[in-house]
Design a protein around this ligand. Sequence first.
Ligand SMILES: [Zn+2]
Length: 338
Amino acid sequence: MFANGNKSFTDISIYLFKNGFTDKYGRQLKIDRLKNALSNKFYIGIIYYGGEYYEGKHKLFISKTLFDQVQKQFKLRERARPNNKHHLSFLGLMKCGECKASITGEMKTKFYKGTQRKAEYIYYGCTKKLKNCLQKPIPEPELELQITKAISDVALPEEWADDWHKWLKGDELQEKQLKEENLQNLDEEIKALDQKLNFLLDSYLDNVIDADIYKKKKNELFEEKLRKQEEITKFQANGSGWLGPFREFIDSAMRCEKIARAKNTNEELAFFAKTVGSDFFLTDRQLFPAYNLGFAELYSGFSSPSLKTLALGKSHSERDTRIELASLPWEGSILPVY
Ligand SMILES: [Zn+2]
């Protein structure tokens, strides 16, 4: 339910309330409490009791995979801000370049006497909450053009898509082999830890070691086992970590061109802007984006050495270009776009 990503914390709380999940006073669960519950390792079968971790034998409330999906949704949701007040799509996107206060939107109604027509206009401007600020609001259509430009400025030409995907595929094959090896190693390491845990228990039962040492050592081994299990989950989800995000990045960067050319709703533009940038500053009705990693490299243009190699890729051998591609210091912080 939550892992699907289309339910808010409040929706979930209400849903649970309707289905008989309440706090001990019979009230709807507090959101923070719910967050704790959903982040609690107990629900994936791990119990921390009396200073020790136990692998619970209770029936799992949710699976580890679902648990992980929920955690991912959390991160997305905490980042997202509600922005549907009067359909002000660009709320939460920008800050004032002069005073760094947030930018808000406002609906203004104009009445035209001649034609007896009423028209509504949306303006975005500084909230001026932090200090006196001289910035003037910008009309929505003008802002829309600038956001579109900010997106198209970091677009990768779509003609590159075939080549890039071919190179990525090669890397993914290698990655897959590596992943299988890694998973096998981790599996063996976990087996070894289980053996140690068994041996430790035997030693304790045979009175070779005392309770304190047993407890301390057991916790250490168990923590290590947890870490290995988490590594396995991580590997299963994204391999060693960079290819998935990198593919998403490339797909996003190529979609930028399409987005910039197509007719989009402002919600789509806002969503895409948040994919490519972390902050957008508005100064004198001009938008200045702070691009996310990867997109920032694209914006700094084809003058940067690594991207120059990419841009000239077709004249180099594929091998060289592919290596250059793989060496971009990419760490994913972009959201997948579907
Ligand atoms: Zn301001």
